[in-house]
Design a protein around this ligand. Structure first.
Ligand SMILES: Nc1ncnc2c1ncn2[C@@H]1O[C@H](COP(=O)(O)OP(=O)(O)OP(=O)(O)O)[C@@H](O)[C@H]1O
Length: 341
């Protein structure tokens, strides 16, 4: 659907060069929700802007449905842009137009007949839950409602792709949840491929199928959200994941635990099916060992369980070793180090 092939973008500022995007290769499949995460300045916006040719790559190429978009005529580029809707962090609504006027705007540009426009606007406002706001002006709306208008407007020309540029970054957590659910509905009910950028890992966790992590213009890690969350490789990815999933108590607490004579702690990671099986209790029982869950969580990720627990064992040392060896056959388990500092 969208393919970046060693796509790069270098800006020249006087005699200085900024490599905003460095040889990125990524394939985004039709119908998926693909998230790109990175800290500020990582190159996310520039990468998005390559998809609709708001920026031209300085090397490599970007293909949309098999066509290198740099080869399109102006006319075909206009057609392509109609197939790519876009929503923004600051909504970018026309303040002097009503909600209906904003949604109608791309249809007017496309030369759609008037009657069709009003039917389509009505349908879109119903879809985003704003039928009663058609005649309001943006300033009368909340942030979440403004973003709903943005989404309705982006969908007006029935695009195949929706690009979301930090679409929830200006919203409070509840409203963010509502907008993310709406984006999921756009993807599921309309089959629209979504490409979004964010600096917030909870957005990726909530709706994306796959994720790419960007740093200094390059993609440093990519994979399904489940794999990335359950086994992040790069330290930056680990930092992002820590931000939503505090999987380790503070070192102070760990040191206190040890000072009070607490047993060794083990991190146990359960994935998928095994998270719902009583593995810990059945294996510890078999060897006459007690276990104590000290910290952690079991959460749902992409409709699969993912458990991350800190556990201590009480009983005979040899029996504990047998428990650990047996657990290793089904789950990941490692001893937690407690730093001295
Ligand atoms: N038009 C431009 N001219 C010069 N440099 C640019 C231009 N656009 C972006 N850059 C530079 O490219 C790098 C990547 O910027 P970009 O906006 O793509 O990052 P980002 O990950 O989207 O960050 P943010 O979330 O802060 O927008 C930055 O160093 C930025 O200063």
């Amino acid at each position: 659907m969208i393919e970046f092939k060693q796509a790069a973008k270098t800006f020249r500022l006087g005699n200085r060069e900024v490599q905003a995007v460095k040889e990125v290769s990524l394939s985004i499949a039709q119908g998926e929700i693909f998230g790109i995460i990175g800290f500020s300045g990582a190159g996310k916006s520039t990468l998005l802007r390559l998809v609709n040719m708001l920026e031209q790559p300085t090397a490599g190429s970007v293909q949309v449905q098999g066509v290198d978009i740099a080869t399109l005529s102006q006319k075909d580029l206009r057609k392509l842009r109609r197939r790519i809707g876009m929503i923004f962090q600051n909504f970018n609504l026309f303040t002097s137009r009503t909600v209906a006027g904003n949604v109608a705007y791309p249809l007017k540009l496309a030369g759609t007949p008037k009657r069709e426009i009003s039917e389509r606007v009505e349908e879109l406002l119903r879809f985003v839950g704003l039928s009663d706001k058609a005649n309001d002006y943006p300033e009368q709306l909340s942030g979440g409602q403004k973003q709903r208008v943005g989404i309705a407007r982006a969908l007006a020309t029935s695009p195949d792709i929706l690009i979301c540029d930090e679409a929830t970054s200006a919203l409070d957590p509840d409203t963010t949840g509502e907008i993310l659910r709406l984006l999921k509905k756009v993807n599921k009910e309309l089959g629209i491929t979504i490409l979004l950028i964010t600096h917030e890992m909870h957005v990726i966790q909530a709706i994306c199928d796959r994720v790419a992590v960007m740093e200094e213009g390059a993609v440093i890690e990519t994979g399904s959200v489940f794999d990335t969350f359950s086994n992040p490789q790069h330290p930056t990815t680990q930092r992002f994941i820590q931000s939503v999933q505090q999987d380790r108590p503070s070192n102070t607490l760990l040191k206190e635990w040890r000072a009070k004579g607490g047993q060794k702690l083990y991190r146990v990671i359960f994935k998928g099916e095994v998270a719902s099986d009583p593995i810990l209790s059945s294996i510890t029982q078999k060897f006459g060992i007690h276990f104590n869950i000290v910290y952690g969580s079991i959460r749902e990720l992409q409709e699969k369980f993912f458990g991350n627990l800190l556990v201590s064992f009480e009983g005979e040392v040899q029996a504990i070793e047998l428990v650990i060896a047996e657990l290793k056959r089904t789950v990941e388990i490692e001893e937690v180090e407690i730093h001295e500092s």
